[in-house]
Write a protein that binds this ligand. Sequence first.
Ligand code: ARG
Length: 466
Amino acid sequence: MKKKSPVSRSGRFNRGPAADVAAFSESISFDWRLWRHDIAGSVAHATMLQKIGVLTATESRAIIAGLDKIGKEIAAGKFKWKPELEDVHMNIESTLTERVPAGAKLHTARSRNDQVALDVRLWLRDEITSLLGEIVRLQRSLVALGEHNADVIIPGYTHLQRAQPVYFAHHLLAYVEMLERDCERLWDCYSRVNVCPLGSGAIAGSTLKLDRALVAKLLGFVDADGKVQLTQNSMDAVSDRDFAIEFCAAGAVLAMHLSRLAEDVILWASAEFNFIKIADAYTTGSSLMPQKKNPDVAELTRGKTGRVYGNLMALLTLLKGLPMTYNRDLQEDKERLFDTADTVRACVRLMSAMLQHTSVNSFSCLAAASDPALLATDLADYLVQKGMPFRKAHHVVGAVVALAEGEGKALNQLTLTDLQSVDKTFGRDALGVFDLTRAMAKRNLPGAPGTKEVAKQLARWRKLLS
Ligand code: ARG
């Protein structure tokens, strides 16, 4: 007969689950990656159990040493995961107890329900921290690309139609701002992830006098002021995954931002725009068309947004209408959560690397930005400064544009006589409006793409990100 695992719940059952049930319900194939956090949680729990007298010092030492050894084996790829033991929690505890008899005391006043809630929170804390680091690196790449091309001007677009000239850096800094809000969202989410659920038991805590605060402190569940963060309701603690949903929601917004950056990169790299050139290593070729160089990193980043949105929807649906408290449904949270974390981290990292290997075609940019139609609004502002109501100025410049179009000329090729044929308000200085350098120097409102303001913003971000 096969030896029973020391963690088998065999008391109540005369046989284990059918093979297909076991295969259907196992989670070790994906939750094994929580091992580090599972062990950290168990070490803290054992330390606490010793303090309250459930474990002797010798027992707790043996348990911690045993867990430590298991951790080393897992890290070295030498640990044998057993699918019949369902999940990461039972795999680790079972091996521990085979080796260390006191291991049988480790699960005192603990359930996998609060254990898994703990593990996921610990894991997510680390993920958020590392994702924040990646986002900062992407921000730095954007700022660096802007700084290296500080005088490059491109058309800004609305409706994907040329609108007004902007510094290329201003366009990039728009993404830096978006990413900054993504960081804020993730930090905010972190504060709700960073709450210790251990001690909630299966649903109703424990009759034993656990020291929940000690466990929380050992695991770093403290706020910025060092105040211990404990879940305040055992049922809530084992049943909700709103913190994971929040992370997936913040991830979805981040992915949305990345998809827009990706789209801009794809457009800019096309022959039609030709604003940028992505280094070969960050593009791929076509198996059929020899001339092709495709911006796959950006395309995949745009495409992966779909699964990140899907993960959020999956988790929202998973939790919807779920009766209190823990239900096995909740096991389905992990793959979606892991996928969002892995996907957005990879996208942020690759986009950053790609931007570090992107150069700007300043000639194409200048050619596009020199389209005088981009300064039609400046011409209207000129009339406003002469006292004309803006609505009228808009109409007059519209007529000027029509005149130029009719004559097949660019706006700045019109003569003063042409302008005055539309409205007498135009003076000798009117055509000076089309001087791009001067036009850019004028836009210095806070947040505007003026020469001084963009330099100021670049410097602000450089400092913030250093
Ligand atoms: N693998 C399980 C999960 O991820 C752990 C909790 C199991 N709890 C239970 N009562 N069966 O949700």
